[in-house]
Each structure stands twice: as C-alpha cells, then as structure tokens.
Ligand binder design. Structure first.
Ligand code: FES
Ligand code: FES
Length: 219
C-alpha cells in the first residue's frame, strides 16, 4: 500500500480534491448523486427510454452517443448504465485502461477526461458524450515520454497497475507543466493509484524523470 501521506491532485469534480479524497470525503451515495445529475442530463439528450416508478426515473433500452476518444470521434450505442471502462474496452476496442477492482479504489482504469484523471470504471459513458477522453494509447513513447520513463526505471512487475499509473502521471504532468516536482509532489499526484506488487520506488522515479525530461523539453 502507498504511504499514508499520499494525496492526489485536483481531478474530480472540484479543484483541490483528489479522486481518493473525493470518495473518502463523501459517501458513495453522494458520489452517485453527482454522477447521476450529469448522466441524467445526458440520458435525456441521448433519448434513453425513461419510465417512472415511485417518483424515481428509470432509464432503459439503448441510446446512441458520440464519444471523442484519443482525438477520434466514435459513435456507439450503449445501455444507459454502461460505464466508460466497459464501453472503451468491450465496445470500442480501446483496451489500455484495465479493469482490476471495478469500484474506484485501484486506479488501473484511469483515463484522462477533459484533462482530469478519472476512474473509468465508475464513470458512466453517457456522461462523457461530447467530452474529450484520452487513454495511454495516445501517449508519445519516445525518449522523455512518460511510458519511456517507466520502461527505463523498470517501474512494473505484473503490469496490471501500469496503464493507470502512466495515465495518472501523464495527467499530473500536463496539469503542472514546466515544474520539477519533489518526491512528495509525485506521491500526492499518484495517490489515486495502487500497485499491489509494490513497485512504488520505480514508479515515483519514473514520474520524476518524466517531469525532468518534460521541463528540459520545454513542454
Ligand atoms: S478498476 Fe477502476 S479504480 Fe480499480
Ligand atoms: S506491477 Fe503488479 S500491481 Fe503494480
């Protein structure tokens, strides 16, 4: 497990709150309510079938949506309950984000949504219609890139967590351009991700190296 003092950067949905802080600081019901509000609007726009039982709106059937994934517009017809992770992996063939816990606790499914690192396993695909989704398939892999730094630092063992860490690291560096972060900054920035194999030393060093390379390259 990562050290206790890890905290993530601003990611969901309010600045200053990490993915983990967000879930820790609010009940899952409250988190669901936040998701439900934006998803409800999207469902209306996507024309999902809606019925009402005891005052509760029930969405069913399927609805067509447009997703922008790695710069490419993709049309897909999904059930309103489909998560972004399911939609990416099972419907669109974008398999970079991994399913491990499937409940917002490990970070293996991390994608970048409008610049923020989010757990795609607990994000409804329908709420992402017309938003920008990026996965590690779109990242540069040459020298100085985040994936290259992970490779150079041997920052993985089984590799299940690696796509999520690479994506969270990319998102953090893009949000903090031109900085040379401290180890604590990196620990905080990657707090939303867990490595069960304990490769944190390599992961943190990779993030530090990638930040240094990014600064040197003027990115
Ligand atoms: S699979 Fe989404 S957080 Fe673990
Ligand atoms: S390398 Fe195995 S979980 Fe991280």
């Amino acid at each position: 497990m990562p050290p206790e003092d890890h905290k993530a950067p601003a990611e969901l949905p309010r600045p200053g709150h990490s993915r983990r802080d967000f879930l820790r600081g609010s009940s899952l019901a409250a988190a669901g309510a936040v998701m439900a509000t934006s998803a409800e609007t999207a469902m209306h726009e996507a024309r999902a079938d809606v019925s009402e039982t005891d005052g509760v709106a029930i969405y069913s059937g399927t609805c067509p949506i447009e997703l922008k994934v790695n710069g490419e517009a993709m049309s897909v017809t999904i059930e309103p309950r489909s998560t972004l992770l399911d939609t990416l992996r099972n419907r669109l063939g974008v398999t970079g984000p991994k399913r491990v816990c499937d409940r917002a606790s490990c970070g293996a499914c991390t994608v970048i949504l409008d610049g923020d690192a989010v757990y795609s396993c607990t994000t409804l695909a329908i709420s992402c219609a017309d938003h920008e989704v990026r996965t590690l398939e779109s990242f540069e892999t040459d020298e100085g890139s985040v994936p290259h730094a992970f490779h150079q630092n041997d920052a993985l063992m089984c590799g299940y967590c690696t796509p999520g860490f690479v994506t969270a690291c990319q998102a953090w560096l893009e949000k903090n351009p031109g900085q040379e972060p401290t180890l604590d900054d990196i620990k905080q920035g990657l707090d939303g991700n867990i490595c069960r194999c304990g490769t944190y030393i390599g992961v943190f060093q990779a993030a530090l190296d990638a930040a240094k390379a990014m600064k040197k390259g003027g990115a």
